[in-house]
Design a protein around this ligand. Structure first.
Ligand code: H79
Length: 436
């Protein structure tokens, strides 16, 4: 452990004290509960997901041609932002640069960027301006891993091995490149809620192995220090699938609720100090995939949001727009339905904290002030029972839908709430007003 600490973290990062604005930002984030992830860029063109370069073993030379075809004539930043807002989302996390190394903004530090496509307009700027205008927070996804750059330490990577790169990377050079780009992103686009790093795992042993120390020293103290210097409130999260490192402000779980590991990526435990976020896709793929029609139902999507909330986590729900910039109707419809649901049931989601019990086979619990929200998602029974109910009194019990009173028993060792046979398709929410 000592070796790992001295490798990955400097004294500076270990002594990180979040600023007052950062703590405020964390609180805002924890209350927001629902955000939109956008995986989009030239990788969308082949319609095979954002890993197409790696999956099809394309060389740097061949892949670079994609930039000559990226011309998203249907892209409308205002429509994206209002779509997110109407879905009840409070923030957007935009891919600024994925593993393929394409920069979606006007960067001085790479030619492989949006200004060198037929489109020639700074997409990050368009989204940022619109987010600030419509009052929704903006987060930047930024890949630590790069499948194209010669200076990225590709020789030790788990991916990008068929890119045609020879020799070895030069991390000092690559680190400077990332710092330059992050400086642009945190200088030219207004206030940014957070940076969402991904790709650290490229330089570790596979998930689940005992020793997941990194093959390179990323010098996170320098990267994180720079970010917090440029924008102290800016939250740092790193999808390294490990216990949070010093200097990080939130913890994410890829395709998993905190504490679960259905993805095979989430062996880490959930932080009890940092805000939590789980990210998921509507179909299977992150980036646009022509053959992926495995859309989750509205009920499944609401259930994900409810379960995340009941564990004190946000849901960052992804769309992979088409190469043209159009968002396919299957995604649009589902987002609109979630917005409809949240308009009514939002009080049981936003500004809540984790429930006093973990998700149960029948559903989940969220809480706020003196209210306990019991979400019956899937139950064949007319009641739910708790052997340890943490409040002395239940002063009121009713359906959130229409305030219909609900019967309950509340005595030592048993609290049973007669929810009735669930008759709302998506989520039957019972409110218990409680006192200590
Ligand atoms: O941006 C999205 C994905 O492109 C990116 N993170 C989300 C948010 C991502 N995709 N996969 N991963 C992160 C981690 C997966 C790693 C693995 Fe593997 C893929 C494990 C096994 C297959 C890479 C390839 C490491 C070993 C083989």
């Amino acid at each position: 452990a000592i070796v790992f600490l001295s490798l990955g973290l400097s004294a500076k990062a270990q002594n990180y004290e979040p600023s007052a604005s950062n703590l405020k930002q964390r609180e805002w984030f924890s209350n927001a509960r629902f955000g939109l992830f956008i995986h989009w860029g030239p990788f969308s063109i082949p319609g095979s997901g954002e890993w197409v370069m790696n999956d099809r073993k394309l060389t740097v030379h061949n892949y670079t041609n994609l930039k000559d075809f990226f011309n998203p004539i249907d892209f409308d930043a205002a429509a994206y932002v209002s779509m997110a807002k109407n879905a009840g989302m409070k923030y957007i996390t935009l891919i600024t640069r994925h593993h393929d190394g394409f920069s979606m903004w006007d960067t001085k530090y790479s030619d492989f960027n949006i200004m060198n496509t037929p489109y020639k307009k700074d997409i990050v700027k368009m989204v940022a301006d619109e987010c600030h205008k419509q009052g929704i927070q903006l987060y930047f996804y930024y890949s630590l891993l790069d499948w194209r750059r010669e200076d990225f330490p590709h020789e030790t990577g788990r991916t990008g091995q068929n890119s045609g790169r020879k020799g070895k990377g030069d991390y000092a050079s690559y680190l400077q490149f990332m710092k330059n780009q992050l400086t642009e992103l945190l200088t030219n686009y207004g206030e940014i809620g957070g940076i969402w790093f991904d790709g650290h795992w490229d330089q570790t042993a596979p998930e689940g192995e005992a020793d997941r120390s990194s093959r390179i020293d990323w010098k996170y103290d320098e990267i994180y220090g720079l970010i917090h210097k440029l924008q102290p409130q800016c939250m740092i999260g790193n999808n390294h699938h490990l216990t949070p490192f010093a200097g990080e402000d939130f913890q994410m779980f890829e395709r998993d609720l905190p504490g679960e590991n259905a993805s095979g990526l989430s062996f880490q435990t959930a932080s009890d100090k940092l805000p939590l976020e789980t990210c998921e896709t509507i179909s299977k793929s992150w980036g646009y995939n022509l053959s992926d029609t495995s859309y989750k139902t509205n009920k499944q999507l609401v259930n994900m949001l409810v379960k995340a909330s009941s564990l004190g986590a946000n849901l960052l729900l992804n769309i992979g727009p088409m190469p043209s910039g159009k968002v396919q109707p299957e995604f649009q419809n589902r987002l609109a339905s979630m917005g409809e649901w949240l308009k009514f049931y939002g009080e049981s989601i936003y500004n809540t904290k984790a429930g006093f019990v973990k998700p149960q086979p029948w559903g989940s619990v969220t809480q706020k002030d003196n209210k306990v929200y019991i979400h019956i998602l899937d139950s064949k029974n007319a009641s739910v029972a708790f052997d340890k109910f943490p409040y002395k009194k239940i002063t009121k019990a009713y359906l959130l839908k229409d305030k219909t009173p609900i019967k309950f028993i509340h005595k030592k060792g048993l609290t049973e709430v007669y929810t009735g046979f669930a008759n709302e398709e998506i989520d039957n929410v019972v409110v218990l007003e409680v006192a200590k």
